[in-house]
Write a protein that binds this ligand. Structure first.
Ligand code: ARG
Length: 265
């Protein structure tokens, strides 16, 4: 991907909380500082604006504490949008909110018949779409994506509950390159990744555990959690400019910079 100005959709964490546990990171008994989450999110938004990207926002809805994770709101490619269907009832009402935003923004919106958690599990690399399954998005959803977008969809099997969405285990750096945590994938999917991306950056567990792979690249600048120091230096060695952001509060819900960001293509 050439370095171009991106269009992102974000949702302010006004009602952010950890009220339920639907992934291995969430502990509803641990305290959450919503004000700090908002400040960290504002800093992420400012970082994108400073890089020259466009950031649009969707109105947060009270009672939907995970709505800040806009990546789960849809998959938008070539002006078409695949709406989402959440696995967990706690997040179900986010789907129509994002769907309405997309419709109002003029996208042709398609509705999934199977569990599909949007860009959390669907990543675009060049002409390909990589799609995760195992915890959230159903395997059957991958065929629906291929039909709607007319792009080859490569299924990747996630095996570690800590890396439950594809975007926690793999990051797209540009049109040809990705970074990923090999242990997060089944042996067959690891072989597929080696075949497709022989030059990939291989991340360590230490970097993945601080959501280092949940990063956002515009092809040249990579916005990633400031705690992922090993990955940041590996990326700099490859010629990427890295920008560290602290989203420690949102991590308590199992999310990082990429989860907060939906790319509108
Ligand atoms: N608490 C949210 C969930 O478990 C976090 C979503 C993170 N989003 C992502 N794109 N990985 O669904």
């Amino acid at each position: 991907m050439d370095v171009t100005s991106r269009r992102y959709l974000m949702c302010r964490p006004t009602y952010f909380a950890v009220d339920y546990a639907i992934n291995a990171w969430m502990d509803p008994t641990a305290p959450v500082d919503t004000e700090l989450a908002i400040a960290q999110w504002e800093n992420l938004r400012r970082t994108y604006l400073d890089l020259g990207h466009t950031v649009e926002t969707i109105e947060p809805v009270p009672g939907l504490p995970d709505m800040v994770f806009a990546a789960n709101g849809a998959t938008v490619v070539d002006g078409k949008a695949m709406a989402v269907q959440f696995r967990d009832p706690e997040r179900a009402d986010e789907a129509p909110a994002y769907r309405t935003w997309l419709e109002r923004a003029g996208f042709e919106v398609h509705d999934p018949k199977h569990v599909n958690e949007g860009e959390g599990d669907v990543l675009v690399v060049g002409d390909l779409m990589l799609a995760g399954t195992g915890f959230r998005t159903a395997h059957a959803a991958h065929a629906e994506l291929q039909e709607v977008f007319g792009r080859p969809v490569v299924t990747l099997q996630l095996v570690d509950p800590r890396f439950y969405h594809l975007d926690t285990a793999l990051c797209v750096l540009d049109d040809r390159t990705v970074a990923y945590l090999p242990e997060a994938f089944s042996p067959g999917s690891r072989a597929v990744l080696r075949r497709l991306f022989p030059d990939a950056v291989l991340a360590t567990l230490a970097d993945a555990e601080v959501f280092g792979l949940n990063s956002v690249s515009d092809g040249r600048h990579v916005v990633l959690p400031v705690q992922a120091t090993g990955l940041a230096s590996a990326l700099r060695e490859r010629g990427y400019a890295t920008i560290g952001v602290d989203l420690s509060e949102l991590r308590k819900a199992g999310g990082g910079p990429k989860c907060c960001t939906l790319t509108v293509r």
